[in-house]
Design a binder for this molecule. Structure first.
Ligand SMILES: Nc1ncnc2c1ncn2[C@@H]1O[C@H](COP(=O)(O)OP(=O)(O)OP(=O)(O)O)[C@@H](O)[C@H]1O
Ligand SMILES: [Mg+2]
Length: 254
């Protein structure tokens, strides 16, 4: 990528143009266009099965698309090969399940990518890993294996692991859904800090308080389509579509 291109402020960090995808007969993404600016936090909400996870997974090509385009800082995602691996490593992804390697210490989990993919020396990788683990509040757990950590601690370590790759953007797919209630906030707090620090983020979540507080924009999906989007207060207080009103009614009180 040219430096000029990368430095341009107006080029969206992530852009989807008319993306379509099927699983067999199921039209899971329908003409989805979405543009995420540098430093922007976009929260995606919508009913189960509406395609939120699929959308996230297409953005770093864990899933292929049938048609349309996905651009990262203005460059199309390559189909495969080295370039794809490089661009994929520039997008951090945190899932519902923590996905840390069980047999490795937390520190080794965090330094693996920087050492293997970025070619960092052990000391350099460990120094930054410990800084990040400190930032997410689990520095004391660095030498433990994941099973010795709580779910909330594991998820925070998983965030640190993504950050260690110095990603251009972070994708979160329901990062708190598998957590016990008392651990949800400790993970959300880390995400709030990241957002405040200027990280570009796409967050799929059912945490409406987080969405209201942190999102620059809320995107509502249903049946594989973006039905409505807007700033949080406008969206939550005055949803325009019946689909969004029904959805918001259905989750009230949860
Ligand atoms: N690998 C797959 N093969 C076939 N169908 C799939 C596959 N993955 C997802 N689907 C289907 O695609 C649709 C969208 O799934 P997706 O997981 O993207 O929804 P979601 O909005 O993330 O839902 P949830 O809120 O439950 O996580 C669903 O009907 C799902 O059953
Ligand atoms: Mg999902």
């Amino acid at each position: 990528m040219s430096q000029e291109h990368a430095g341009e402020k107006n080029v969206p960090v992530i852009e989807l143009r008319h993306v379509d995808k099927h699983y067999g007969d199921l039209h899971v993404l329908r003409d989805v266009s979405l543009s995420v600016a540098r430093g922007e936090v976009v929260v995606i909400i919508g009913p189960s099965g509406s395609g939120k996870s699929t959308l996230c997974r297409t953005i770093n090509r864990l899933e292929t698309i049938d048609s349309g385009e996905i651009l990262i800082e203005g460059e199309p995602l390559p189909q495969e090969g080295r370039e794809l691996a490089r661009m994929r490593s520039e997008l951090g992804m945190v899932f519902q399940q923590f996905n840390l390697f069980a047999h490795m210490s937390v520190l080794d989990n965090v330094t693996l990518g920087p050492r293997e993919v970025l070619g960092q020396q052990k000391e350099e990788a460990e120094r930054y890993a410990l800084e990040l683990l400190g930032r997410v509040g689990v520095a004391e757990q660095a030498h433990k294996v994941p099973a010795q950590l709580s779910g909330g601690q594991q998820q925070r370590a998983a965030i640190a692991r993504s950050l260690a790759m110095r990603p251009k953007a972070m994708l979160f797919d329901e990062p708190t859904s598998a957590l016990d209630p008392e651990m949800i906030n400790e993970v959300l707090d880390v995400m709030v800090e990241l957002a405040r620090g200027g990280m570009t983020m796409i967050v799929v979540t059912h945490e409406m308080g987080f969405a209201r507080r942190v999102a620059d924009r809320v995107v509502f999906m249903a049946d594989g389509q973006i039905v409505e989007e807007g700033v949080p207060d406008a969206f939550f207080d005055h949803p325009k579509s019946q689909r969004a009103r029904d959805f918001l009614d259905s989750i009230k009180g949860h």
